[in-house]
Structure formats: C-alpha cells, structure tokens
Design a protein around this ligand. Structure first.
Ligand code: ASP
Length: 305
C-alpha cells in the first residue's frame, strides 16, 4: 500500500490486516522502551493546515516508536502566509527528502491531490468533511478490543454527521467489518441525501440506546457553523446529548466513544465522559499503535508497490 487516503482504499481485508498489525504494535507500545528500529532512516513529515491535538501527536509518537525521523510543518509560521501555493510548499518539503507526508487540510481531497504531486507516501489525517481513515481504524480496533468483534454488532453514531469526516470513515469501516450502523441526529445535522449510505437513520436517541453495543458521539463542529443548524446548544443537548439519564439506558456492556476533542456538557455530559464504559482514552492509546501499523504498511511492507 503506497498511500492511505480513504477507508475504501483498504477494503475489509486491508482493515483486518491493519488491526492485526496494530495488536503487535500495542505490544511494542507496552514495553519499557517502546521503540523498534523498523523505520530507521525514514523521514515522516506532518503537514497540518488545520488544528489538531491528538492526531498530530499520535502520528509523531507512532513515527518515533518506529525510529523514523520526524518533522513538523507549522503552517502558522511558514511561507504559506507569504502566498506560497500548496503545490510549491509540498514540492519544497519533498525536495528535502521525505518518505511520508501526513496531511490534514480543511478542504476535502487535498491529501489525494498531494499524492498526485509527490513520490512520497501520503496519509490522510483528516480532509474537510470527507474522511479521517486512521480515526476509523483506531475506532475499529477499540470496538474489537471492547466487544470481541464488529461482525453483527450494532453501533450508533450520534450528532453532527453532516460535517463529520469521522462519521464518514467510521461508517465505511464498521460496515465493511459487518457491523450495523444507525446514525442519530436532527435532520439539519444530516447530509442532504443519505442515498448509498449503508446505515439506518433515527431521530430518537432514547429508543436507540438500549439496542446498541456501542455509541460514538460526534463533536458539534462549531467552526463549521453548526450552531445555526440547531435552535440552541442547550436544546441540542436536551434531545441528542448523552446525559447521565440517557447513558443509563445503555446495555450493561455497551461502550461510549468520542473521537475528541469533547465538548463536555454539549454532546456528552462531563460525568458520562468519565464513566468506566467510556473508552475515550483507550481510543487515544490505540491510535498510536494503529498509526504505527499504517506507517509500517505504507513505508516498510511491500515498499515501492
Ligand atoms: N478530531 C476529529 C477530527 O479531526 C474529530 C473532531 O474534530 O471533532 O475530525
């Protein structure tokens, strides 16, 4: 695999391969010195045009645990503000000798565009509303760890589906591993058409919760003007927030996930985020191992293919 741009690049066999590799990198991460020499001499650059806490640090930790050299391109302090085009920026970075570019951008399709310009491998770290494939892979790994398998499990994805690249990638990945997905959102936070989406749709969170094995809460993407799409955040929480009362409707073994950053008190109540059934920090820990697996696949396994 040369690039990872979207979940569909992998197919169910590819996803399963990533999950198998992730298990071995979870083991590496648990060692006293969590480092292997697999990518020694390789250079991985993060090119983030949109802010990030988890994803950037997680890729950096993953690259370092594989002994790659890492560089961070800080858009704020770069020549982008002097008017340099994306293409010139990317070609400049590549000329310094780069093996993989981790790309995040507010516009859908930018990582795919970058992949057409460079020889290096490109990994999509989130592009607009389109995809966030490594988030979906770490969500699959976490579900498998918590529930044993995805096949036949029922997962609710709740909230701002319209603006969520996590929802798009999660739906593709979960359903390709055999899970049933129900999206729960007000009509204004759903895409205009769900034709072709392999999901059920519900507007009744209370009715859905007792029937699911996991619930993935999505952040209200206020930077994408979601506030105008609900009467008020308080009313959104009243109908679609995972409050303490609602969390009690979940089955005994059901887990709660959130890709972060969480808006405590909006899509998830502060105390629900801290319940034992909330596996948000497992997601973050698994994210490093998943990204090790992805970097291994694009840079080491079958390199050049
Ligand atoms: N961190 C995730 C993303 O970059 C989710 C979010 O921002 O709500 O898409």
């Amino acid at each position: 695999m040369r690039h990872l741009l979207a979940v569909d690049d992998l197919g169910s066999d590819g996803i399963e391969e990533v999950l198998r590799l992730t298990a071995s990198f979870v083991e590496v991460s648990a060692r006293a010195i969590p480092k292997v020499p697999t990518l020694r001499g390789r250079t991985v650059v993060s090119l983030f045009y949109e802010e990030s806490t988890r994803t950037r640090l997680s890729f950096e930790a993953a690259a370092k645990r594989l002994s790659a050299d890492t560089m961070n391109f800080n858009v704020g302090a770069s020549s982008v503000h002097k008017g340099e085009s994306l293409r010139d920026t990317v070609l400049t970075i590549e000329a310094m000798g780069v093996d993989a570019l981790i790309v995040r951008h507010a516009s859908a399709g930018v990582p795919a565009q970058v992949a057409r310009w460079v020889q290096a491998s490109v990994v999509n770290a989130g592009d607009g509303w389109h995809e966030h494939p490594t988030q979906a892979l770490l969500d699959c790994y976490t579900l498998q760890e918590q529930l044993g398998r995805l096949d036949g499990r029922r997962v609710a994805i709740v909230g701002d589906v319209k603006h969520s690249r996590v929802a798009r990638s999660d739906i593709a990945a979960f359903t390709s591993l055999g899970a049933d997905v129900v999206v729960v959102a007000p009509p204004t936070l759903l895409p205009p058409s769900l034709a072709g989406w392999p999901v059920e749709v519900s507007h009744d969170l209370d009715g859905v919760l007792p029937k699911v094995d996991a619930v993935v809460l999505l952040r209200m993407q206020q930077e994408r003007q979601t506030e105008a799409l609900v009467p008020s955040l308080r009313e959104y929480t009243a109908s679609y927030g995972l409050t303490r009362r609602r969390a009690a409707l979940l089955g005994e073994r059901a887990v709660v996930m959130h890709p972060g950053p969480m808006n405590r008190g909006v899509e998830i109540a502060a105390e629900v985020a801290d319940l034992p059934r909330s596996v948000v920090t497992r997601q973050v820990a698994n994210g490093v191992a998943v990204r090790m697996a992805v970097l291994f696949l694009v840079l080491a396994a079958g390199a050049g293919s």
